[in-house]
Design a binder for this molecule. Structure first.
Ligand code: PLP
Length: 390
């Protein structure tokens, strides 16, 4: 049957992250494009999911999630994030952080509202805004140091601006926002009456003694932040779709309504198993995932610099942006395809993370893979680096 796609489709393009995963599969390459996170499932989650189905967690749940999970999230928010929240009023469990952000934007903004995004940005943040007819306004982080130019940030604000959207740590460059930066952002949010939407999905993955600070723990941002997070990355369960938002009571109620209408609820057995894991896993678990990611980051960064693919060392999350000017190709897509053809390693073109051409010499490498996969990828890069003169 012939059909005409909706007008919305013309605004959306297939994510470059998915595109490159497909290209990589075609050549049976090593996929360092997508944050697939194929690490072993912690035992408590394996057992928890079985227990959940046995206990009857197989039906729809309350639209904001089961009590047990909301209580565990509230406890963890207090202990880890220093955010005080009421499990009955402030938390909505959604289908991943992606679902939580979508519901939040749907509940808060009108078509044409402007939302500030720092560049480089996570593509799905941009698509979420665009799909709701919101206007992303891009503010570049200073290249390489990834510091904020606050004059530039303030000059991007106008009467249509409603919010600033950050990921902390940042996908793709691994920046971890300092408390000073967050306080300054808070002062601007207060001055111009803006929300801060803070996606903290990588909150447990920070390196080199850096501390994760949740904006909602700071007095200046407490009442104007929506905290978005989830367990896709922390527990390596990207397919389970468990995320959540923490917001003020009235807003949270609206987010819950949207969540109900769009998703009904997050997967029920997964909610139970995640609650069980939050309740039982000790600090040691979170320290170990961090240490294991650090080992992978260091190995990949060393290899990339030895081979002329200059990495910007990430402070958090599990991606490395690298300057690959040395590779042939007129833009990052061509350089990405070159690297895939010559080494069998899939990455993401830097242009996917910028609104203009600033990403043309950059590729993103994801290191959320088993250490043996990272080692294999490193060997392939080293073996083939003579092709680009190293
Ligand atoms: N937020 C950021 C910054 C991400 O990088 C990702 C995944 O790559 C997500 C959210 C997706 O989270 P979820 O699987 O909970 O939807």
């Amino acid at each position: 049957m012939k059909f005409r796609p909706s007008y919305r489709m013309s605004e959306l393009v297939q994510s470059e992250i998915r595109n490159m995963s497909v290209e990589c599969d075609k050549v049976s390459g090593i996929n360092l494009s997508q944050g697939i996170c194929d690490l072993p499932l912690p035992e408590i989650l394996q057992d928890g999911i079985k227990e959940a189905t046995r206990l009857g967690y197989n039906s729809y749940t309350r639209c904001d999630g089961i009590q047990y999970l909301r209580e565990q999230i509230a406890k963890k928010a207090l202990e880890y994030n220093h955010i005080k929240c009421d499990p009955d009023r402030n938390i909505v469990v959604s289908c991943g952080a992606t679902g939580a952000l979508y519901c939040t934007c749907y509940a808060l903004f009108n078509p044409g509202d402007e939302i500030i995004l720092f560049e480089p940005f996570y593509g799905y943040h941009e698509y979420t805004l665009v799909s709701l007819n919101l206007k992303p306004v891009y503010v570049k982080l200073i290249h390489e140091s990834w510091k904020i130019d606050f004059d530039c940030l303030e000059s991007a604000i106008n009467p249509n601006t409603r919010a600033i959207l950050i990921s902390n740590p940042v996908n793709p460059c691994g920046k971890v926002f300092s408390i000073e930066e967050l306080n300054k952002i808070g002062t601007l949010c207060e001055k111009y009456n803006l929300f801060l939407l803070s996606d903290e999905i990588y909150e447990y993955i920070v390196f080199d003694g850096k501390k994760h600070v949740s904006p909602a723990s700071l007095p200046v941002l407490k009442d104007r932040t929506v905290t978005i997070s989830g367990y896709s990355k922390t527990y390596s369960i990207t397919g389970w779709r468990i995320g959540y938002s923490i917001a003020g009571g009235q807003l949270s109620e609206l987010i819950g309504e949207v969540n109900d209408l769009f998703y009904v609820c997050a997967p029920s057995p997964a909610q139970y198993a995640v609650a069980k894991a939050i309740e039982n896993l000790q600090d040691r678990f979170y320290m170990e995932i961090c240490n294991s990611y650090k080992e992978k980051r260091d190995l990949l960064c060393d290899t990339l610099s030895r081979c002329g693919l200059y990495p910007f060392i990430p402070e958090g999350a599990y991606y490395i942006l690298a300057d690959v000017s040395v590779l042939p190709g007129k833009d990052s897509k061509e350089k990405c395809i070159y690297l895939l053809d010559e080494t069998g390693i899939g990455t993401v073109p830097g242009d996917a993370f910028y609104s203009g051409s600033s990403g043309k010499d950059v590729l993103r490498f994801c290191f959320a893979r088993d250490i043996s996969v990272i080692q294999k990828a490193c060997s392939l890069i080293i073996e083939n680096s003579f092709k680009w003169g190293y």
